[in-house]
Design a protein around this ligand. Sequence first.
Ligand SMILES: NC(=O)c1ccc[n+]([C@@H]2O[C@H](COP(=O)([O-])OP(=O)(O)OC[C@H]3O[C@@H](n4cnc5c(N)ncnc54)[C@H](O)[C@@H]3O)[C@@H](O)[C@H]2O)c1
Length: 378
Amino acid sequence: MSVKIRLGIIGGGGDSLIGILHRVASSMFDKYEIVGGVFNPDWEDNILFAKQLGLHEDRVYKDFDTFITEETKLPTEKRIQVVSVLTPNFLHFPMVNALLRNGFHVICEKPMTTTYKEAKILHATLQKAKTVFAVTYTYTGYPMVRQMREMILNGEIGNVQKIDAQYYQGWINPIIHDKEQRASTWRLNPEKSGISCCIGDIGTHAFNMLEYVSGVKIESILADLNHVYDDNPMDVDGTILLRASNNVRGVICASQIATGEENSFVVKVYGDKAGLKWEQENPNYLYLMEDGKPLQVLKPGHAYNSKLSLDGTKLPPGHPEGIFDSMGNIYKGIARAINKEPYNAGEFPTIIDGIRGMDFIGKAVASHEKENVWVAMD
Ligand SMILES: NC(=O)c1ccc[n+]([C@@H]2O[C@H](COP(=O)([O-])OP(=O)(O)OC[C@H]3O[C@@H](n4cnc5c(N)ncnc54)[C@H](O)[C@@H]3O)[C@@H](O)[C@H]2O)c1
């Protein structure tokens, strides 16, 4: 009998952006087997796609409620164990809440919910459920991001004194300037996306990444957001000043109207001994900057890498790994937690990361709406 973890997927159909990343990531370390799910709300699209994946028709359901009803009727040894929720944002909360209440482990896309209140309800549900929950801040799976975290944790750059993340994309630029298109994309619809577009979608990655790598906790923020047009209810650009623990200051700049930018996510942490810089579009290079010394470029797979970084490197040095590998590393950590094997706390983002992300989004919008005032995070 297969010892692989039985995985279900909700959303992430053939028409989606993120589905392929999760399917490849789940297969990477031979830990999971995709068993069934609901890939599209439309039955024809749903079943056609499931057949392409080679799934049995009896484990593909017409909708989420049927998924829960039918899966929970199955004996434990057959039932799907963990479910990846890859739908638009507004469906995360009701789906994850129901999955946890029915005993499933859950992997949820970010942002975890559409409100901070929903995030706290999920936390309470999870505490009762006692299953494994992860939110996929994908970029934390990169070996050189993990290297950065561990070098900072080990004091290699001294005391952290400045944090800085810039996440620039340009994809919404043509959409935002077209009245019809900006009214029809789900990401600019508060009912489907939540209260923020840019900060909710990518600012939250930057926030999570800064806390993940630097170890400091962001305590208060001041945001200035841009909707570009008065009839657009959502931000598509923002600059957020940060005050963090230990008197650390910083900034997050996020934009979806940075014309021509693709996925330019740059993370910088400066200590009193050295600085570290990592760029998502060139993820196998970590730059170590020290006063009076030549720039050093650290790469994955070497004896000098940390254990956590090496754990996420599958091939010898010089074989570039990318975003699929990063998500694969997160899935590997989740598999260890589900199988009750030891794992490092940095292997996958948890409900606390999800809650802090939602607090950050809510407070950024509140700061902006109050005409740019400092707002404390919980
Ligand atoms: N981690 C990352 O870096 C990252 C990157 C992109 C997107 N995301 C997140 O992933 C989620 C999905 O984003 P996307 O870009 O793939 O969206 P998308 O619009 O491209 O795809 C959404 C998918 O969900 C399906 N779906 C919609 N309603 C459904 C329902 N009721 N039941 C079952 N399936 C349903 C659609 O058919 C489609 O296949 C969002 O929360 C987004 O924020 C995360």
